[in-house]
Write a protein that binds this ligand. Structure first.
Ligand code: HEM
Length: 238
């Protein structure tokens, strides 16, 4: 990492990428970021941007292998919208069902499943006093399965997102966190997952290995484990 940072510093950091932007940026004290700060940011971005998206895609494929109706609707959509092309950013708004599958996988198995916050002032939560400096833990996995917020919460049902608009409770859906520490890559991650899923679905089907019991494994991210699948090539239907 330090070698790459060194190369960027020497060649003037003018590439159109994130490390270039960070090398050329100023911190709160108007100083350039130190090598250590750059390294820490790069590590955070690599971890924050890869494990999470990989876990999300794994859950999408897990459900697609078990729910033929959802898979059929996905195949219909990618065949119709892409017509054999590789999708690009401009296709994302038309990949509606694909996007809903991503939203629903993020609801049932948000890769970031547990978080902490520290209260800065004395406050109150659900009628209980909470002094400043208290560590609070919140869990999107539980929040997203609340029956009062999501009817039939344990069912993987992408179409629940069709009419879910402003009437839903604020902050009831938080796969990317909430507040100032919320994920900076939320849109990027969603777009990346939607495009990756469309590419996979337009060319392959992934079938579950029979009789294998897959369970959620809570590590730094929540992943399906073990998730072995068989790949079959498919041809677009239109
Ligand atoms: C679907 C994929 C992703 C999910 C589910 C996800 C989820 C999250 C969550 C829940 C947080 C913590 C928010 C909080 O504490 O309130 C977070 C933070 C973060 N994410 Fe993401 N993320 C995803 C993709 C990405 C991508 C693609 C990037 C970068 C390109 C990224 C970069 C970050 C960074 C830099 C942080 C902040 C870490 C910090 O404050 O220390 N994430 N993400």
């Amino acid at each position: 990492m330090y070698r790459i940072i060194d190369e960027y510093r020497h060649r003037g950091a003018d590439s159109p990428d994130l490390l270039s932007a960070m090398v050329g940026s100023r911190g709160e004290d108007d100083d350039a970021l130190t090598d250590r700060e750059l390294r820490d940011n790069v590590v955070t971005f690599i971890f924050g941007g890869t494990e999470t998206t990989a876990a999300l895609l794994s859950w999408c494929l897990y459900f697609l292998g078990r729910l033929p109706d959802v898979e059929r609707a996905l195949h219909d959509e990618v065949d119709r919208v892409l017509d054999g092309r590789t999708p690009v950013f401009a296709d994302v708004p038309r990949l509606e069902h694909t996007g809903r599958i991503v939203s629903e996988a993020l609801r049932l198995y948000a890769p970031g499943w547990i978080f902490t916050r520290v209260t800065l002032t004395d406050t109150e939560l659900a009628g209980r006093p909470v002094p400043a400096g208290t560590v609070l833990i919140y869990c999107p996995y539980l929040l997203h399965r609340r029956r009062d917020l999501f009817p039939d919460p344990d069912r993987f049902h992408p179409d629940r997102w069709l009419n879910r608009g402003s009437s839903s409770a604020p902050h009831s859906y938080a796969p990317f966190g909430i507040g100032t520490r919320k994920c900076i890559g939320d849109v990027f991650g969603r777009v990346e997952a939607t495009l990756a899923l469309a590419i996979i679905a337009s060319r392959w089907r992934l079938r579950p290995v029979p009789n294998e019991v897959v369970k959620p494994r809570p590590r730094m991210t929540l992943v399906p484990h073990p998730l072995r699948m068989r790949i079959e090539e498919r041809r677009p239907s239109v």
